[in-house]
Ligand binder design. Structure first.
Ligand code: SF4
Ligand code: SF4
Length: 182
């Protein structure tokens, strides 16, 4: 059994000799040189970023950047040009578009969208729950009159989830029209 027991005295002696490596004057100077040179290298990298590299961050919210015009951010429906075709709601993968429309009275004046498409239904409700929206853009792609578009708005956080549900017939939301990038 004693043959199977490892003799740790050798190992301990070796470890001991490594742990207490003799420090000569030359090694001492070498350590000092290594300490200074590695600090200097680190400071050179810091200095390069201070002097030569342009910052990639901005001082938000004092500074704001415009998103590219093809960004898929907050949705806007110009309801005056919506024909209530439901294609946007049908294409939405998360079913977050709610539309209610009724047939227009036959006697009512004829209405057309800006691109000349007849409006045969009266839009009664157009709501998007943007808390559910994943900004995939499918609804805007299928819209035949292109009234449903993404804006470049990215600051629309709310305190409650219910406030993320937008009623696009609301006058305040209609005023977002100027935010649409053509
Ligand atoms: S962007 Fe996508 S998830 Fe959002 S409302 Fe449109 S289809 Fe639905
Ligand atoms: S696809 Fe366009 S026109 Fe049709 S209901 Fe949706 S927003 Fe209106």
């Amino acid at each position: 059994m004693s043959g199977m027991t490892p003799d740790i005295s050798d190992f301990a002696n070796k470890g001991n000799s490594i742990g207490h490596e003799e420090l000569t004057f030359g090694k001492w100077l070498g350590n000092i040189w290594t300490a200074f040179s590695t600090c200097f290298k680190g400071l050179m990298i810091t200095g390069k970023y201070i002097v030569a590299v342009k910052p990639v961050t901005i001082e938000y919210p004092e500074v704001r950047e415009e998103l590219p015009s093809n960004s898929r951010s907050r949705l806007f429906n110009d309801v005056d040009n919506c024909i209530s075709c439901l294609q946007c709601a049908a294409s939405c993968p998360v079913d977050c578009i709610y539309i209610t429309a009724t047939r227009r009275d036959k006697e009512a004046p004829k209405l057309k969208t800006d691109d000349g498409t007849p409006i045969k239904l009266d839009l009664k409700q157009y709501t998007i729950d943007t808390a559910l929206c994943c900004y995939c853009g499918l609804c805007t792609t299928v819209c035949p009159t292109e009234c449903l578009t993404h804006t470049v708005d990215y600051e629309f956080s709310q305190y409650t989830v219910s406030e993320m549900k937008y009623d696009y017939l609301d006058e305040d939301i209609r005023a977002w029209k100027h935010r649409v990038v053509k």
